[in-house]
Design a protein around this ligand. Sequence first.
Ligand code: AMP
Ligand code: ZN
Length: 474
Amino acid sequence: MALKLHNTLTGTKDLFEPLEPGHAGMYTCGPTVWNFAHVGNLRAFLFYDLLRRHLQVVGYRVNHVMNVTDIDDRILDQAMHAGTTIGDYVKPYLSAFFEDMATLRAQAAEHYPRATEHIGDMVAMISALLEHGHAYIAEGDVYFRIASFPAYGALSRLDRTGLRAGTRVAADKYDKESVSDFALWKKAQPGDEQLGAAWDAPFGRGRPGWHIECSAMSKRYLGDTFDIHCGGIDLMFPHHENEIAQSEAANHQPFARVWLHSEHLAEAGGEKMSKSAGGFTTLRDLVAGGHDPLAVRFFLMANAHYRARIRLSNDALYAAAEQVRRLRDFAGRVRRSAPGPSEDQALVQRVAAVRAGYREALDDDLNLPQGIGLVFELIREANAALDEGRVGERGHSELLALMDEVDAHVDVIGADEPGLADEVERLIAEREAARAARDFARADRLRDELRERGIALEDSKEGVRWKRIRVGTE
Ligand code: AMP
Ligand code: ZN
C-alpha cells in the first residue's frame, strides 16, 4: 500500500498511514441544505467519492462521515421568510441532495449525521471548552477564545501577528481576513422558538454556531483523532481552523491527521461559483440543458486534478460526454469481441504497463486525469489491434481488467446508458407485436439486434425480462 496524499497540514505529499491497519476513517464537510447544491459543491462531493473509492481499491475498509448542516444563519433566514420551521424548510433540499448524489453515482457515505440531531454532543463539547477556559459567555452567547489556543492558524499558515484578542464575530460565515473569537452558541432570539431552532443548555437556551457541529459529529462517529478530513479550499480558514481549535482544546488529543482540500469550480466567466454571490448552476439546470449526468460526473472528477481549479462550460461538458462515450464504446467492443487466434505479446505488455501506470497515478495523490490520459492513449492502440485480430486471450482479459479498474473510480462504463431501459422496452414491445402477428422472422431479428447490443431476453410467466450479457458467452 503506497498511497500518497497531499496533506495541507504538512504541505507535502505524504505516505498515508491509518491509525488502524486496514481501516480508513474520513470526515468530509457536507452540504448546507438551505438550497439546491450547486455544481461547485458537487465537485467537492465527487472529490470525496474519488477518495473513498480509491481507499477501497487500495484495500481499506472505509468509514466515511459526511455531515449535513441543517441549521445555520441562512436556513433560519429562509425559514422565517417562508413562514415555516427549519425542519420543514430543509426537507426538499435534503431530498434533492441525496437525489443529486444518486444521479451522479456517488457512493453513499456510511453516516450522514444532521446537526440538529446532535445538539447534545455539541452542548457537551461547549461545556468542556467553558470549563477549561477555552470559551466564555458574552451577552448570552458563547465564544471560543482564540488566544487560549496558541496553535490556531497552523493549517492555513495564518500570520497571527495582527491577532487582536477579544474581537468577536457571531455570524456563521464571515470576512476571511478577520481572526476573531467565533460563536459556539447563540442565545435564542424571539423568533427562534417558532422556527424550531432553540434548545436548552446549561449556558442558556439557544442554538449552535456553525463550526461546532463538525467537531462534535466527527468525535461521535470517528473518535477524537481520525485519519482524514476533507473539504473545499474555501473551508480551510476559518472553518477548519475553528474545528481544530474546538476539538483539540476540548479533547486534549490531536484532531484529523491528514487534511485534503479540493479546489474551486469556477463559472464560465472565471469567478468562483457561490450561492451567496447569486449566479450558480445546479445539476438540475445542467440536465435540463441536455447534459448527461455521467458527463457531469466525468467532468467534475476526471477533467482536472482535485487541487486544480476548473471552469464550467458547455464545451467542457460536451468533451466529457465524448470521453465517456469513448470509454463505453471501447469497453463494449472488448466485451463483445471474442479473443482472436493470435496474440500480440507487445500489446499484452503495453496493457499491463498501463494498468500499473494507472494505479500509480491514483496512488500519487489521486491523479485520475493522468491515469485516464494513459488509458486513452492505449485505447487507440488497442482498437487497431482489435481491427487486426491481434488481441488473444491474454490481451483480452488484461483489457477487461483495466476497464474494470478504471470504472472502480469513474463508474461511468458499466452504468446503464440513460434511456437504455426505455429503448429496450420499446424493442421488446415491437417483438411481442411481431409474434402476435405471427411474423416470427421479424421477432427473431429484433431478438438478435438486442443480443448484439449485449441484452438477452428471457420469457417468463410475468412477461419478457431482459438482462445484460457478455456477447459470445451465451
Ligand atoms: P456548503 O454547502 O456551502 O457548506 O459547501 C459544501 C462543500 O462545497 C464544501 O466542501 C465547500 O468547500 C464546497 N464548495 C463551495 N463552493 C465551491 C466551489 N465553487 N467549487 C468547489 N467547491 C465548493
Ligand atoms: Zn466542517
